[in-house]
Design a protein around this ligand. Sequence first.
Ligand SMILES: [Zn+2]
Length: 203
Amino acid sequence: MERQIINLGFHGIGHPIGRDFGPGERDYWVSPELLRATLDACAHRSDVSLSFDDGNWSDVAVVMPALRERNLTATFFVNVGRLGSPGFIDRHDLRELAGAGMPIGNHGLSHLDLTRLDPAKFEHEVTQGRRLLEDLTGAAVQTLAIAYGAYDDAVLERLRRLDYQHVYTSDGGCADPEAWLQPREHLKAQHTALDVARLLTQS
Ligand SMILES: [Zn+2]
């Protein structure tokens, strides 16, 4: 069997500041302790790929220092339309992440469900989001994470035309590191370090 990897996806760490949890979001914020335990477990593994969605305040204040202490990098999937809104990182933070060697990925301009968008709105959400991220960071954006993990065949067909190296879902399980579509396991509020250890034995 070919080498498989585990894509571990996080959202916020701790709790939102300056805003409430969005719909369904509460289950996806994990404690700083679980973040640290997970990063410790990943520190010497080349078969785990980390990502953080939504551009929450904790990306720079909590996650970046924890990654740097362990010499780890992660991809940050950012909604450029939310930059500077209460509870989210701003342009300066985005440049700080990119400057620290963290790849920046597109998560849509405004975190919309791609399955519900007509072609013009889809184009705006996805292409404009990428363009603005590239303008702000000065680097090509090669990856996209699908908001809410919501996709269908039509969404994938549109995304395939946009020349992303990888597109990330929330489907769970192992991934072929060469594949275009990358399933992720998401860390959840109720997970323990033992659950994380189990997730990491899949690959
Ligand atoms: Zn998201």
